[in-house]
Design a protein around this ligand. Structure first.
Ligand SMILES: Cc1cc2nc3c(=O)[nH]c(=O)nc-3n(C[C@H](O)[C@H](O)[C@H](O)COP(=O)(O)OP(=O)(O)OC[C@H]3O[C@@H](n4cnc5c(N)ncnc54)[C@H](O)[C@@H]3O)c2cc1C
Length: 198
């Protein structure tokens, strides 16, 4: 981790940096590129991928075991009527079904409630992340540079979160701010805070 030395910014000594933010020797990877690469490998192994089809319902077999999913109907008009392109959802049954809908998937929420998967677990917490991709002047670009920061500007409102800045390949920089969604101050505006940070 590298700090930015400007006016009031200061670098945290490495031994005090949380383990998840120690990035020396790590690679910067784009999740989008990784998923595209992985999908080609999976298809080469004859995995069938259905891009654009959302799982709409969980299928159960006896004893409330998960049996698979039903995909959503395609080709519905705004009023719910069927367009000529209408295709009903498909039942997809499997021995094992893995759900990977992200932090707040609608099927995940149903499964958590049905099987009490959150019993004894701490409450989920959420953040709002804003990110921009910059095309940068090659003179200023340092591929592999990672800057993580916390404190200002969120500290001014007593809010939590932090920013990141990654120098990717092709002279691009990914820059963003994560705002913890537990701020007490109703005037905090994550977008404006990101603007101030930049
Ligand atoms: C701005 C920002 C910056 C971040 N930066 C970093 C970082 O630098 N490093 C890091 O390690 N992590 C970072 N993270 C966190 C990281 O992105 C997440 O932890 C990670 O993506 C979670 O992966 P996931 O597969 O669980 O869910 P997701 O990546 O959210 O993937 C879930 C996928 O499932 C799809 N989906 C949802 N419901 C359905 C359904 N019913 N049927 C079909 N598909 C469905 C969604 O469209 C989505 O594509 C960042 C997050 C944000 C918001």
């Amino acid at each position: 981790m590298l700090g930015v030395h400007k006016e009031k910014a200061w670098q945290i000594p490495t031994q005090f940096v949380p383990a998840s933010m120690r990035n020396r020797g790590n690679y910067i990877a784009s999740l989008g590129n990784l998923c595209r690469w992985l999908s080609e490998r999976a298809e080469a192994l004859e995995v069938e991928i259905f891009p654009g089809f959302a799982a709409a319902e969980v299928l159960y077999r006896e004893h409330a075991e998960v049996a698979g999913v039903i995909t959503g109907d395609m080709g519905l008009a705004e009023d719910g009527s069927k367009k000529p392109s209408f295709e009903p959802g498909m039942e997809m049954r499997a021995k094992y079904t893995l759900f990977a809908e992200g932090a707040r998937g609608h099927l995940g929420k149903q499964l958590i409630a049905k099987f009490q998967l959150d019993a004894g677990a701490r409450a989920q917490h959420y953040g709002l992340g804003l990110k921009e991709l910059w095309d940068c002047d090659p003179q200023k670009h340092q591929q592999g540079l990672v800057i993580h920061g916390s404190g200002w500007p969120l500290s001014e409102s007593g809010s939590g979160g932090g920013f990141f800045l990654y120098h990717l390949e092709s002279n691009q920089i990914s820059v963003g701010l994560i705002v913890d969604l537990n701020y007490q101050n109703p005037h905090v505006n994550p977008f404006e805070e990101f603007q101030r940070l930049k």
